[in-house]
Each structure stands twice: as C-alpha cells, then as structure tokens.
Ligand binder design. Sequence first.
Ligand code: KIV
Length: 276
Amino acid sequence: MYKQLQQRNMASPPVNVSTLRQMKADAEPIACLTAYDASFAQLVDMAGTDLVLVGDSLGMVIQGHDTTVPVTVDDVVYHTRIVARGLRRGFLVADLPFMSYATPEQALDNAVRLMQEGGAMMVKLEGGRNQTAVVECLARHDIPVCAHLGLKPQSVHKIGGFKVQGRERGAADKMTDDALALQNAGADLVLLECVPNEVGKTITAALEVPVIGIGAGPFVDGQILVLYDILGITQGRTPRFVQNFMHGRDSQLAAIEAYVTAVKDRSYPAKEHCFS
Ligand code: KIV
C-alpha cells in the first residue's frame, strides 16, 4: 500500500502547488521542462526539475506534426501515464489539447481523465479571459489549473504563425488584464510564451500565482523549455529562446542538470534568448 509514496525521497519531498507558491515568495526560480516518456521523465526528475509538463508539443516533437492541433486527449493521457511512472519529486502538469475544453463540462470530463487515468496533478489550457468560465468550473472542483497566455500554439492558424505576442501597448495591457482575470477565476499558475521581457516582468509583478516563461525573459518566476530542444534533438531552425545544453556535455543527464542550474542561478535566459 502507498508503494509509490514510500519510494519517494522525503529529504526532497514532492513538489506541489504550495511549494511553487513558496518558491515565488522566496524568489527561487522554478525549473520546468517537458517530458513525454518514463525514461526521460526519470532523468528530468533526477536532475532536480521542479515541474514536468506533458505538453501537446508532443504532437510536433514525438508525432512529427507541424502544429499541436492534431493532438488528442487519448494521446495526452497515454504520455502522462508513462511520464508519471518516471517521477518521484517533480510536479506533473498535462495539457488539455485543442478543442478539449470548449465548454466547462467538456473541460471537466477531460481534466478528470488527465488526472485519474494519467496521474496529472494540474491541467494546462490556452486562452485569456474567454476561458474564465472553464477555469472557474475546474477550480470549483479542486482541479489545479495553469493558464497559458502570450503565444498560444493551438491558435496558430488564427494568429498566422508562431509570432511574438504583446509587443504593442494595447495587447500587452490586455494580456495583463487576462492574466489577472484567470488568476481571479482560480488559476494556480500562469505560463507565458513568447512575449517581450517587459510584459513578462509586468505580469509576474501583478500576479500572486507563479508565472512560468518560455521566451518571456528573465523576470518571470520560472522557466520552461521543450526537452528535445535543450538536448539538441530538434532538427532545423529552433526559436530564439532555445539553448542547446548538450553542447560540451557527454550525457543527457549532465545537460538537463546544466539547464536546471542555469535556471536556478539565472544565467538562462541570457540576452540573446529574449524578446524586446
Ligand atoms: O506544449 C508544450 O510543450 C508547451 C510548452 C511550449 C510550454 O506548452
């Protein structure tokens, strides 16, 4: 009974929502990565990653699609379940894929699947204040939620490409208002993708909940990158914010540890990884 818990290292207890909030309060950077299978999840966990996301980026890096749009709830449930087996300490977040949260009822059904069948501890969804009813419904049922703002990859066909968001004053102000509305609706975490440093800074200062950035500059509470990008597996052009941590290292574990250290000592992201 409780085998999973007995195997945990209590000198380094599992991360939970309170841990993440405390890290924000203590100004301790939160190191996050994606993972899609048990073996990599184990490495990511051993390296000290605080939060592990089963992102719908799996559609691009695992399945070979050009976007995240084709990913299904079944896909995310499967990958979450196998990632969960590799984790001892990391906080496990899973993405609600495209069109799996169009109504509060649908979001609830699918979030329950990610948690019960996959073992997720939090679900992530994309959207601004248009998603407050969905976030309120999940929060009312004690389902932890991460709200993804800025560049929303599930909207790529509507936006017309993977572009930096919030460069104009009006758009930046709207994003800050959206972040506050989502926090007020019950979101426990906000993820900001591809925004100028100043937008990351403003939203992080405005919110009580932690803000995790990907291409959102150095002033957010934590950083996340796609695992295959930091290991140099991704071929072709990578986004400006990506750093290949395999350079000069001879193992995946050493590279992941170097990423975690760089997030913690704030040497990542450097100027060349940021947008203005
Ligand atoms: O799907 C994903 O991996 C993500 C990251 C880009 C943060 O949402």
